[in-house]
Design a protein around this ligand. Structure first.
Ligand SMILES: CC(C)(COP(=O)(O)OP(=O)(O)OC[C@H]1O[C@@H](n2cnc3c(N)ncnc32)[C@H](O)[C@@H]1OP(=O)(O)O)[C@@H](O)C(=O)NCCC(=O)NCCS
Length: 175
């Protein structure tokens, strides 16, 4: 039976091996890694799927922000979502996303962004590229794959740079 556990329960090197298997070892140059550079994982929205001690999938979330000239709006960067190639197509990706969204909707985040396939994240989870067209990103991105799921009253700014959350970075530096 597949169970979902906090990602913090899993040794980090096992998570890295899974991500290499799902995305390849050159994944670190991806734009999503630049968006969350220097940020710690958000533990309450990051999970692992395990079965018989085997790590089959992970999902992670990170502090980020849309920064403009007059301030910034904090958001949560979702991803990577990764499922071992041999275990794909069995609902593990959907179970991990559902778990993350439950935590988000219980108060962890009202504004989430991710880079992913709209055919998957739109169809099942309500992410769209509608709000993201005016955002700059710190690297190449296919615009239709820059997705958001915003539940915040008033939304988030339409123009700005998506990157690490400056508040979070200054808090971390002060700690
Ligand atoms: C994308 C991924 C997380 C999905 O997880 P999964 O456990 O394989 O998917 P699930 O079993 O939950 O969902 C299966 C359904 O989603 C669909 N689906 C899976 N990946 C899809 C994609 N990239 N685009 C569109 N649909 C997709 C399947 O066709 C299937 O639909 P069906 O039920 O109508 O047949 C997983 O395949 C994976 O790790 N891929 C490699 C890494 C990656 O691309 N991650 C996403 C970017 S962050």
């Amino acid at each position: 039976m597949i169970t979902l556990v906090p990602l913090a329960d899993i040794a980090p090197d096992r998570v890295e091996l899974l991500l290499d298997a799902a995305f390849g070892e050159d994944r670190h140059g991806r734009t999503a890694y630049k968006i969350r550079q220097g940020m710690p994982v958000v533990a309450e929205m990051s999970f692992a799927a395990i079965e018989d001690e085997q790590l089959l999938g992970t999902i992670q979330a990170w502090p980020a922000a849309i920064s403009g000239h007059d301030g910034h709006d904090p958001v949560t960067l979702v991803g990577p979502v990764a499922v071992m190639p041999a275990a794909q197509g069995k609902g593990i990706g959907q179970a991990l996303m559902t778990k993350l969204l439950e935590a988000a909707d219980a108060g962890a985040s009202d504004a989430m962004v991710m880079i992913g396939d709209p055919e998957y994240y739109g169809r099942f989870f309500g992410f769209t590229a509608e709000a993201t067209g005016g955002w700059d990103v710190p690297g190449p991105v296919e615009r239709h794959r820059l997705l958001a799921r915003i539940r915040r009253a008033g939304g988030v700014r339409a123009q700005g740079l998506l990157g690490p959350d400056p508040d979070f970075a200054s808090h971390a530096a002060a700690a």
